[in-house]
Design a protein around this ligand. Structure first.
Ligand SMILES: C[S@@+](CC[C@H](N)C(=O)[O-])C[C@H]1O[C@@H](n2cnc3c(N)ncnc32)[C@H](O)[C@@H]1O
Length: 174
């Protein structure tokens, strides 16, 4: 299953850290790529690419000016649009149905979500009906979706963690 993340809204100075964390979370939890709207930010793109380069696998970050166009085209290609929102239905009740789809676009907002987004999506999915951060909503959704068993192998990594009960250890891959 290929999952693309659509991050709605990005302001270079205010959102750089959180959009980067959305990208890193998406990558680690097995999404294929992230498209973001708002202000184009090469520095943020580079910081995600640098992590992917060191820690393995390809994770593309793309910019899209027009989110409506992106969603319309995705729908035309048969993709299913899932908006993560506290106003949605509980993820547990819908996750099996979502697993049967061919391709998902998982949409996450930033500070202000455009009010017309709700009419463009196929599913509104909540990770609790309480306000949380887009980073945690995304991580929890993807973890539930893939049942904590991601396919990703993180191939061609330059560095890997050697898991330890205490302390930090990494190994360089040749
Ligand atoms: C910090 S929230 C901003 C919410 C914003 N005030 C609004 O108008 O909806 C940013 C994003 O986090 C995600 N989010 C926040 N709480 C959520 C929840 N309980 N379940 C799923 N996604 C959530 C949504 O994608 C939301 O657009």
């Amino acid at each position: 299953m290929q999952i693309t993340i659509l991050r709605l809204g990005h302001r270079i100075f205010r959102d750089q850290r959180i959009t980067t964390h959305c990208g890193l979370t998406a990558r680690a939890f097995d999404a294929s790529d992230m498209t973001y709207c708002g202000e184009k930010d090469e520095k943020m793109e580079d910081s995600i690419k640098k992590v992917a380069n060191a820690w393995g696998d390809v994770f593309e970050v793309k910019y899209e000016k027009n989110w409506k166009q992106f969603i319309k085209e995705s729908k035309n290609h048969g993709k299913t649009i899932v908006l993560l929102t506290m106003y949605g239905i509980d993820s547990h009740s819908i996750i099996n149905e979502l697993r049967s789809k061919e391709q998902l676009i998982v949409v996450i907002g930033s500070e202000k979500v455009p009010s017309d987004i709700y009419s463009f999506v196929d599913y509104q999915v909540a990770i609790t009906n309480q306000p949380i951060s887009e980073v945690s909503a995304l991580g929890i959704f993807l973890d539930r979706f893939f049942e904590n068993k991601p396919d990703k192998k993180f191939e061609n990594s330059k560095i890997k963690v050697v898991p330890q009960l205490r302390g930090k250890k990494t190994s360089n891959q040749s």
